[in-house]
Design a protein around this ligand. Sequence first.
Ligand SMILES: NC(=O)c1ccc[n+]([C@@H]2O[C@H](COP(=O)([O-])OP(=O)(O)OC[C@H]3O[C@@H](n4cnc5c(N)ncnc54)[C@H](O)[C@@H]3O)[C@@H](O)[C@H]2O)c1
Length: 331
Amino acid sequence: MAETNKIRVGFIGCGGNARGHGRQIAAQPDAEIVALVDVNEKAIEAFRDATALSKDVPTFTDHREMLKVVKPDAVEISTPHTLHFEQIMDSLDAGCHVLTEKPMVCTVEHAEKVIAKAEETGKHLMIGYQRHFQPAYMYCREVVQDGELGKALFISAWQCQNWYRGQQGRWRLDPALSGGGQLNDSGSHLLDILLWILEASPREVSALMDYLDTQVDILTAMSIRFDTNALCNISVVGHAAGQMRESFTIWLEKGTLFVYDGKIYREEQGVERFEVSNEQLPQGGNKDRAFLDLILGKAENRVDALNGLRVIQLTEAAWESAETGRLVKVE
Ligand SMILES: NC(=O)c1ccc[n+]([C@@H]2O[C@H](COP(=O)([O-])OP(=O)(O)OC[C@H]3O[C@@H](n4cnc5c(N)ncnc54)[C@H](O)[C@@H]3O)[C@@H](O)[C@H]2O)c1
């Protein structure tokens, strides 16, 4: 931290998602944005407008140059997926704490390397899976982990988004930049919450995928068996008209939890289904604030790099199954 005592944050990637992060960081009294990196000048201008950022904050097209010149305390990375690996490694090497957007990286090999690098440098590495701060999913995790409704038996989750249409001509349909399709993009949130809520290890995965007329997966139908014997179906529908929607249902021995559009319903034997009220839900939060609190030693890392590793392990297993037509054992 510099003389101001504020956490000095550099942004690597200033596109659509980064602007949301930027507004959050700009609103925190104990942080300041000290550098912007993007290869697109228009993205930098839009970021400045969105965050009312001073013209004095320097901009760069190369993250390494920014790390060398500005020496921020922390960086937030919101760039095309295959760029994350190098940007995380360089930022950790430069002594920065890192909040990277999902997916953490696009291969298991890279995930293991960034985990080793974070350990070696002693810097925090957090992943941008915001569902860890959303009350409905936090509630599911608490109920499952407390064993309040018994053992989890079956999970069914789906997500749909107008992704195929929206991404035409953009980097997400180019595997060299996206590292994969919708399963690796918004779909990675579904895999993440599944793994985070259950805290169980997938043992077997089978998947069918359709790439439509693109080079990346658009539609995925995936089944998983966990080491606890829980079974799961995941549907990722990347070609859906209308709004992005998400549904997550978990059947436990003594009851069922249904999450839909951010609301959560609960049903038990002899108790009619009811919506869990806000008062019964844990308090939510914000990932940028959580990142700052982590750096300040006020909070634990609620989305650490192991979450990123588990997601890419499962994603790779699904890709392998879809490609080979076989059930894949996950080590
Ligand atoms: N957590 C969420 O819900 C959520 C939502 C949207 C996006 N994201 C994630 O945020 C990241 C960015 O997605 P987006 O929607 O903002 O995309 P975007 O295309 O709007 O922004 C990406 C930015 O990265 C810039 N860029 C490209 N190469 C670069 C480089 N070498 N160095 C620096 N900048 C570079 C681009 O010019 C662009 O401005 C992705 O990882 C995505 O998955 C997360």
